[in-house]
Design a protein around this ligand. Structure first.
Ligand SMILES: Nc1ncnc2c1ncn2[C@@H]1O[C@H](COP(=O)(O)OP(=O)(O)OP(=O)(O)O)[C@@H](O)[C@H]1O
Length: 767
């Protein structure tokens, strides 16, 4: 790149930054004004709420007035928020206005056009586009096209142009640090530089260096079901976050951030990714973990979490494994659906509705009401209709009860203050006579008396979904590999657990599905996009239920079957087949990502050698030290080496994680090292990563990355089954720059049998 070129580009950066400076000043003034306006309107609203409520007419007028005021408050607050957002965008652009330039020549034009691409658009006062948003249709050329004729999609259809030049910049504080011309999607120099940086506390956006296959994920607007299977560190999470930013831009007028929901693997991860969208000027989508989602729907019951499962059930026996496979399958959920579709009143598990030990409506009455609904009605509608009918009956019952002696007695016992409380606000000629007044009070007393009954009907407490589920299980068509005796034992076990208010994870999605199908509810119709990260940790049954809970969404499932913990892997194609069957979507698409960016060349090569089918993984060529295997023959010696290693890594590396197979190991390691080194044991309630050394079981490190990883005890004894390949692979791939693995005794056969050239390992063996 010649100096003249660089000077010219720097001049343009200076020019744009200057224009941004003017815009910033202007916007700051607008913001101050908007802020004052908000304060004024809020104050006014506050004054207006203290008006006189005494006269009825006044009250009506005031309420209309208040509504108008409230509308005004909302408008000014929104206005202020928009200007604040603009202010932040201009500040961000002033630091680094753009990262790319494309020169294009449209058909029939004489002169080429230079377009600069940044994290947001910037148009000057004379309508010159000084910076194009990376999500604008034309910007896709920057990510996809090699020089020559290229196409891009616009709302008006496909356009074509001639791409003459592609230039990349690294600009910080208004200064060009680096600049390259490239023919590739995004040249390796830029990536090298982005990936070589130390790990930050939170994830960064990757818009300057998005790769072509990642761009396909980001800009897909067609698929109803998008499945991304990508190797560890291939940028799946990054791609979906930029995709969300893209979708918010693309459907600005019809999509809000809170109509997008992301299922994330743990809370640490939720925090880790929380800065990406704001750094692109967008609000964060909603986030939930599977555990939060399920627990919220099972109030009062303790549902086994995935993490409990990892801790307790490393070796599941064959009988239970077959039952689990069955309960987690699409077929099982389909059987639930069919069961709910065809159920009749006499098979519904209705309870008596009782108040203070007395039956108010017995289950036969309820069954008859349910039975009287049109046969073709959906179960959930029949249930709603039954509820409405019961509420009507309750109202009648209340009318009759008003004249009962116990109510008279209650009224007679009221002191004058209580009496007036009952008729508060109704003094002004409201009652025709004393009886009328007495009726008014009696009605309130009786209504209050029956309130619990009303709530019970409203909440559907006259139905027992848990017993219904047993009924379903008893008639389920079992897979051939399940023996009837084992199934019956499983049902008994479910029943015993329920007595203790516990539910196994396998049963959670089926019960919720059955409950929603029979009782209605449980569905969010507003959500437009559903994202599930680390999808390999979800069963098909859970995904079917999640889809049911968000029926209007386009589904995006992102994962890596090789990172399945404690289970064997499944090919992406098999998975897509299963998903297609389960969701019955018309437009599904599978995108696979094989290039791994997170770790050094040496670490990725080590990790891929652990996998039986790791050949497809392409390491990114960023050099670093070989992984080190430290073999010690006593736990104490292993701990000493761990402390030494961790201390050394802390000197040079930003984040150091000691990763174990499970929590028991993490706790034990932590106990040993905590007095010698600044360390923290992480729990699944933690939301952010502290400084120093962190110790955690692998499932909490899912989706995260660290400058240095020390894997604890990868011995033959500890990693003795094929089912642990995914666990070891996931641990190794959390590391960006340094990987050490400590083994107490002989190394696991997973590593021993891996196809690793000896010179790619640094073995440190002390007897
Ligand atoms: N195009 C890119 N430009 C710059 N950095 C990238 C790019 N793609 C991925 N990365 C970086 O690679 C690392 C891994 O990305 P990410 O966490 O999105 O991968 P992943 O596929 O979700 O990983 P895993 O499944 O192992 O958790 C991150 O540090 C991310 O910033």
């Amino acid at each position: 790149m010649d100096t003249q070129d660089l000077n010219n580009e720097q001049k343009r950066v200076d020019y744009v930054v200057k224009k941004l400076g003017h815009r910033l000043e202007k916007t700051q003034m607008e913001y101050d004004q908007a802020h004052n306006e908000t304060k004024r309107v809020q104050q006014n609203y506050g004054n207006n709420t203290s008006v006189n409520y005494f006269e009825v007419d006044d009250r009506i007028e005031t309420s209309a007035d208040l509504q108008q005021q409230r509308g005004l408050v909302n408008t000014v607050i929104q206005n202020e928020a928009i200007i604040k957002n603009q202010l932040q965008t201009y500040k961000r652009l002033s630091d680094s206005p753009y990262f790319g330039r494309i020169d294009i020549l449209d058909d029939g034009e004489q002169e080429n056009e230079k377009l600069y691409i940044g994290t947001a658009s910037f148009v000057d006062d004379d309508d010159n586009f000084l910076v194009y948003d990376w999500r604008a249709p034309i910007s896709s050329i920057y990510y996809n096209g090699t020089l020559g004729k290229v196409n891009y999609s616009t709302p008006a259809g496909k356009q074509s142009t001639d791409l003459l030049k592609k230039r990349q910049f690294q600009i910080k504080k208004g200064h060009i640090d680096n600049m390259f011309d490239t023919n590739e999607t995004v040249g390796d120099e830029m990536l090298q530089s982005a990936l070589g940086d130390q790990n930050d506390e939170t994830m960064q956006n990757i818009v300057a260096t998005i790769q072509s296959e990642q761009n396909d994920i980001i800009r897909d607007t067609n698929s109803d079901l998008l499945v991304v299977q990508g190797v560890a560190g291939s940028g799946k999470t990054s791609a979906i976050l930029q995709r969300i930013a893209f979708l918010l831009y693309h459907s600005r007028s019809s999509l809000e951030a809170d109509q997008i929901i992301l299922f994330s693997p743990n809370r640490l991860f939720s925090h880790y990714i929380s800065d990406v969208l704001p750094s692109l000027g967008e609000r964060n989508m909603r986030q939930v973990t599977l555990k939060e989602f399920i627990d919220h729907r099972f109030e009062g019951l303790k549902v086994q979490g995935l993490f409990d499962r990892y801790e307790n059930e490393v070796n599941l026996d064959d009988k239970l494994a077959s039952i689990r496979n069955f309960k987690e399958s699409h077929e099982y959920m389909q059987q639930i659906y069919d069961y709910a579709e065809n159920i009749d009143a006499k098979n519904m598990f209705f309870n008596d509705l009782m108040l203070d030990g007395k039956v108010i409506f017995d289950n036969e009455v309820i069954e008859n009401i349910y039975d009287s609904q049109p046969k073709l009605m959906k179960a959930a509608d029949k249930f709603l209709s039954t509820k409405n009918r019961l509420i009507k009956l309750l109202k009648k019952r209340i009318e009759l009860e008003v004249y009962k002696p116990w109510v008279d007695a209650k009224i007679d016992q009221l002191n004058s203050e209580q009496y007036h409380d009952f008729i508060a606000g109704h003094e002004l000629g409201r009652f025709q006579d004393e009886d009328d007044e007495r009726y008014f009070i009696a009605k309130q007393i009786v209504t209050e008396h029956f309130r619990k009954m009303y709530d019970a009907i409203y909440n559907g407490n006259f139905f027992d979904p848990y017993a219904q589920y047993i009924n379903f299980m008893k008639q389920a068509h079992l897979n051939a590999d399940i023996k009837i005796n084992d199934w019956q034992n499983n049902i008994q076990n479910y029943d015993n657990q329920l007595e203790m208010h516990k539910i196994d994870l396998d049963d959670a999605a089926p019960i919720l599905y059955l409950r929603d199908l029979l009782m209605g509810g449980g569905q969010n119709q507003k959500m437009q996009y559903l994202f599930v990260d680390e999808m390999q940790d979800y069963s098909i049954a859970q995904l079917v239920y999640i889809k049911h809970a968000f029926p209007k969404t386009k589904i995006n499932l992102i994962g890596d079957s090789e990172q399945a913990l404690f289970k064997e892997v499944e090919s992406p194609e098999t998975l897509l087949n299963k998903l297609n069957k389960a969701f019955a979507t018309k437009k599904s698409r599978l995108i696979t990502l094989n290039r791994s960016y997170r770790s050094t060349y040496q670490i990725t090569n080590f990790a891929k050698a652990l996998l039986p089918n790791g050949d497809k993984i392409e390491p990114f060529n960023r050099q670093g030290p070989s992984p080190e295997i430290i073999i010690r023959h006593s736990e104490q010696a292993g701990i000493n080496s761990l402390i030494k290693k961790a201390n050394k890594e802390l000197e040079t590396e930003g984040t150091v994680a000691v990763i174990t197979k499970n929590l028991v190991e993490a706790k034990a390691v932590y106990q040993h090292i905590t007095t010698k080194i600044n360390s923290t044991l992480l729990a699944d309630t933690d939301r952010s990563l502290p400084k120093g050394v962190v110790v955690m079981p692998i499932y909490l490190a899912k989706g995260l990355e660290f400058d240095s990883v020390i894997a604890w005890n990868i011995s033959a004894e500890n990693y003795n089954s094929k089912k642990l390949i995914g666990t070891l692979y996931t641990i190794a791939t959390r590391s960006m720059h340094h990987l050490s693995l400590i083994s107490i005794g002989n190394v696991s056969p997973i590593i021993k049998n891996a196809n690793l050239p000896v010179n790619e390992l640094n073995i440190n063996h002390q007897i």
